[in-house]
Design a protein around this ligand. Structure first.
Ligand SMILES: [Fe+2]
Ligand SMILES: [Fe+2]
Length: 354
């Protein structure tokens, strides 16, 4: 692999970016033999939500429709697309069907990652019928891709605690519901992953898709995977590893050992940063606009484009946020971690560092 021809890549994306800023990602992998270069598009967290019958929440529909429409115009043309999970809001068949109908307009083969909002109604039964397996791997032009189902949890919680699937779904869908349970990849999948990776050369680039972060960020909101360290241990021996995840509906980037982590924004809504969530006593009266974000009146605030270049196994992400300053985060070999090229020094408060 050689450093990516980043300028031509961003120039290609800029033609689309100029028209509108939208919540999806284009990811490029670059090789010494330029005929092997390719990109893929990444769309996540559409949360398609049924109101009643054929009525669905319009904002969430529109986010996904726009992302699909723009993805179809991408240049260079992506080889495939990935959906990062939380296609549905409450895992209903109608929501999954409606989401897939919107996604069917996408002109690329799509690999799906399951999210907790898709899973906890029927434990992935309809998802498997309509879409396919919950974890799998595939190879494309010399890169090994792994899709994990990272939102599993304890058997007792899943199978014994709730009277109905609806009740279980409602609890797991609540961001800060204390009756929730931490996510995990689980022993079965970790065994499968170890076997899968045993066939992969240590210098082969590995890209892992999970829904929740394969790291521990903030337990109260399940920005957390309980067995993250065990999964990371399986990935550390590889020289070029990137984990791409959804779920957090915000920009995050980090480095743990040899693994670069980067999150995707949502097409539905942004979550605030956990650091901004005050756990202490509050003296505010009941908020009529509870979303704690930069601009609660702008529905696309903190959603937007991400262009992720993966070169030498490390991600460099250029963020194009609607009506906000573009910013770039790139892996800095001298630091051994990603660096924010705009806000590297004198970082601002997390809620305002767009
Ligand atoms: Fe989500
Ligand atoms: Fe999620």
């Amino acid at each position: 692999m050689t450093p990516i021809n980043r300028r031509s890549f961003l120039a290609g994306g800029a033609a689309v970016l100029a028209g509108s800023a939208l919540p999806m990602s284009l990811i490029e992998l670059s090789f010494a033999d330029s005929s092997q270069d390719f990109t893929f598009a990444y769309i996540s967290d559409s949360h398609i939500q049924q109101i009643k019958g054929a009525r669905f929440v319009r904002n969430w529909d529109r986010g996904l429709i726009r992302a699909v429409a723009e993805a179809n115009l991408l240049s260079p043309r992506p080889d495939f697309a990935v959906f990062g999970g939380d296609l549905a809001q409450l895992g209903k068949r109608e929501e999954i069907d409606h989401g897939l109908e919107i996604m069917s307009a996408l002109r690329y083969d799509t690999h799906y990652v399951i999210g907790e909002h898709d899973y906890y109604l029927d434990l992935g039964a309809y998802w498997q019928d309509a879409i396919g397996p919950l974890f799998y791997s595939f190879d494309h032009k010399g890169v090994h891709f792994v899709v994990l189902n990272s939102i599993l949890t304890h058997d007792e919680w899943t199978h014994e605690r709730w009277a109905t699937g609806e009740e279980r779904m409602a609890v797991m869908a609540g961001l800060d519901d204390p009756r929730g349970s931490p996510f995990m990849v689980g022993e079965e999948q970790r065994r499968w992953l170890a076997d899968d990776l045993a066939k992969v050369g240590r210098d082969t680039p590995v890209v892992v898709f999970s829904h929740s972060p394969l790291q521990k960020i903030f337990k109260n909101w399940n920005f957390w995977t309980e067995d993250a360290e065990e999964v990371q241990e399986l990935l550390q021996p590889f020289q070029k590893v990137t984990v791409l995840y959804g779920h957090v509906h915000q920009i995050q980037y980090s480095q743990i050992g040899n693994i670069t982590f980067t999150s995707a924004m949502a097409t539905a809504w942004p979550w605030p940063y956990p650091e901004s969530y005050a756990q202490g006593p509050s003296y505010l009266s009941k908020l009529t606009i509870p979303m704690n974000r930069a601009d609660p009146f702008f529905e696309r605030d903190a959603t937007g484009w991400q262009f992720v270049d993966i070169h030498s196994g490390k991600a460099a992400v250029h963020y194009g946020l609607p009506e906000n300053q573009p910013r770039t985060v790139a892996f800095d070999p001298s630091l051994g971690r990603p660096r924010d090229l705009v806000y590297a020094d004198g970082r601002t408060d997390p809620q305002r560092h767009y």
